[in-house]
Each structure stands twice: as structure tokens, then as C-alpha cells.
Design a protein around this ligand. Structure first.
Ligand code: AKB
Length: 336
């Protein structure tokens, strides 16, 4: 990827900060975009930052010659339920505008831009807890019946990406296809970083609980102890984005991939937190709305396509996540 010109939208978010660091280390020319100014973690890096509303200011991106777009900007699941119209504008219109720009540039300059899209386990919708338990590890094409605005937005944007990447402007199926955006998506589980704390999502209870325990702050978990969804260490999420970016197109049998690492219950998170920080004060105070959201997400996902097509394998299972990443880093961060 060296010397590639890369756009990262939503660069100030959790994935954004970690991804921009990794891209800068690879020597890519990075343009970042976000509503917010760059946070300290990436401010000193040699990136050009465009601050402002993506949907209103998408025209400015037409002036750049991007090889790769990581479109991370999004309103996450909990926030999107409260401000659903705004979420639709950010999540769908923002993606549509960038896909249109990629299609325009791909056609005009005969160059397919890689469009890397973070989708989510929110694209799934389990009808009830029994179905969730019975389904186990779900495959990409199962249970595509999201219960949230965010999940609907992510699933629809996957479809938009496939449309712009395969069919847009193709008048006859047997005609030579024009250059198209090279759309690739990952359905992320809940992500946990030792350096940043998420906001606006529903998988947030995992990282919130662990960061609170490390700081000696009480935490009332907003889901039941038996709640289970899949999680992943942030470094693995970044590794997956870079691996999928680098994978040769001919190796990819699909555009949208699950990836998985470990799937503890909230009770198991609490036990891990107490083992590391015996004075941690963690209670459960389920919030019905947020509980309903995680209950609709699968317990775990089947990532066999990502493993077969582009060699995906997480570096961190649950033990390694705690022992080799989260606990050492968090102790350094909070000087414990
Ligand atoms: C959220 O909780 O909304 C996100 C996600 C699982 O996509 N972290």
C-alpha cells in the first residue's frame, strides 16, 4: 500500500484513530475527514485533515485522486435509535455520496478505487432469544433482518456498495463492464481498544465495563449478565481491514465478510474484570431498549469465508486479548 493515496472518513472515531496510525506507519498518503478536529493520538501524524460534515461537503473529495477509501463515519446503534433521521442521513446518504464519487472517478479515469466499508453484526436480526441461542455462529447470508436503524443502514449500504461495484452503469449484462469501485466490507463484532472508549454504540458495555474496572470506577452494566455477542481486540480489527484491502480481487468470493475472535457473556467479562481488578464494582442494571438491541444480534458469527478467501485469523483469542493486549496496555494507560 506504500504511497497509496487514502481517504479515511470518521477518522476521529475509535477505529479511525487506530487505522490512521497503521496507515501512516505503512507510508500511505492519508487524508482524514471528520466532524471533529483530530485527536491527540493522530494529530502529529503527516495527514491532511478535512473537518466538516461529510454529506454537505462531499464535493471537496472530487479534487483528490484516492486509491483507497475507508468510509468509517457513522452514527452507531444506540445513538441511531434516538436520532434515526439524522442517522439515516449520515449512514446512508454519506455512503451513497462517496460511492457515487468512487464510481464517477473509476469510470472517468479507468481506475477502480478500493472502497472499504465497516459493516456490523447489527446487520443481523434474531427474532427472539431462543432463535439466537439455536442459531450459534451465523453465516453472512442468514438472518439479514436487522431490528435497528443502524443495522438497516449498514445492510442497505452493503447492497449499495455491491450495486456500485458490480452493476452501476452496466447497460447490457454481456457488455464489457466499465471500471467500478472495488467494494469490500467487513461485518465487525463489538470492538475493544485499550486506548479509547467507545460512545454511541450498544456493544459499548464490554469496553465500558473493563475501562471502568481498571480506573476503580463503579459500573452498572446496561445488559443482563447472560448477554452474549462477539467481540474483538482493536488491533485485530485493523489487521482485518488491511488484510482485506490487500487481498487480490480474484481471491474474493464475496463482497461482505464476517470476522470473529471471541464471544464472552457480560458475566464472563465481569469475572475477567474482577480477576484483574479485585475491587471492581460491577453491577447489572439492564436497560430494556439497549438490551433489545443486543438480544437481536447473534451470539457469534461464522468467519470461514474470510479465513478461506484472504487468510483471516485473529491474533487475539479471549486469553491472549486479556493477557497480552488489554491488561498490560490498560495498566500503562491508567498507571496502575
Ligand atoms: C455498535 O454497538 O453500534 C457497534 C457495532 C456492533 O457495530 N459497536
Amino acid at each position: 500500500m506504500t504511497q497509496s493515496s487514502v481517504l479515511v472518513t470518521g477518522a476521529c472515531g475509535e477505529i479511525g484513530q487506530a487505522l490512521v496510525q497503521a496507515l501512516a506507519a505503512r507510508g500511505a498518503r492519508v487524508v482524514t475527514a471528520d466532524l471533529a478536529p483530530l485527536p491527540e493520538s493522530i494529530r502529529a501524524l503527516p495527514v491532511e485533515h478535512l473537518q466538516g460534515d461529510l454529506v454537505n461537503r462531499v464535493k471537496q473529495f472530487y479534487d483528490y485522486d484516492f486509491d483507497i477509501i475507508y468510509h468509517l463515519a457513522a452514527s452507531l446503534s444506540a445513538k441511531a435509535e434516538i436520532a434515526s433521521e439524522e442517522a439515516h442521513r449520515i449512514n446512508v446518504e454519506g455512503t451513497m455520496q462517496l460511492l457515487m464519487m468512487s464510481a464517477y472517478r473509476a469510470e472517468k479515469y479507468s481506475k477502480p478505487i478500493k472502497f472499504i466499508f465497516p459493516s456490523s453484526i447489527a446487520a443481523y436480526g434474531m427474532p427472539n432469544i431462543t432463535a439466537k441461542k439455536n442459531a450459534g455462529r451465523v453465516k453472512e447470508d442468514d438472518w439479514n433482518t436487522p431490528h435497528t436503524m443502524y443495522g438497516c443502514n449498514k445492510l442497505y449500504c452493503e447492497k449499495l456498495g455491491i450495486y456500485y461495484g458490480q452493476f452501476f452503469g452496466q447497460k447490457h449484462l454481456d457488455a464489457n463492464p466499465p471500471f467500478m469501485p472495488d467494494f469490500r466490507a467487513i461485518r465487525f463484532p463489538g470492538l475493544i481498544s485499550a486506548f479509547t472508549v467507545p460512545s454511541g454504540g450498544t456493544s459499548d458495555y464490554g469496553p465500558e465495563m473493563l475501562h471502568a474496572a481498571a480506573q476503580g470506577k463503579p459500573y452498572a452494566c446496561f445488559v443482563r449478565g447472560d448477554t452474549k455477542i462477539s467481540f474483538m481486540a482493536m488491533p485485530d480489527a485493523i489487521k482485518a481491514l488491511l488484510m482485506l484491502t490487500d487481498a487480490p480481487r480474484e481471491k474474493l468470493s464475496r463482497q461482505v465478510y464476517n470476522i470473529a475472535a471471541f464471544a464472552p457473556s457480560a458475566d464472563e467479562f465481569r469475572a475477567r474484570a474482577l480477576k484483574a481488578f479485585p475491587n471492581a464494582d460491577i453491577t447489572f442494571a439492564p436497560n430494556p431498549r439497549r438490551q433489545g438491541i443486543v438480544d437481536s444480534w447473534p451470539e457469534d458469527v461464522d468467519d470461514s469465508s474470510a479465513r478461506a478467501d484472504w487468510g483471516w485469523k485473529p491474533d487475539y483469542d479471549e486469553d491472549k486479548f486479556f493477557d497480552e493486549y488489554f491488561l498490560p496496555e490498560i495498566r500503562r494507560k491508567y498507571e496502575i
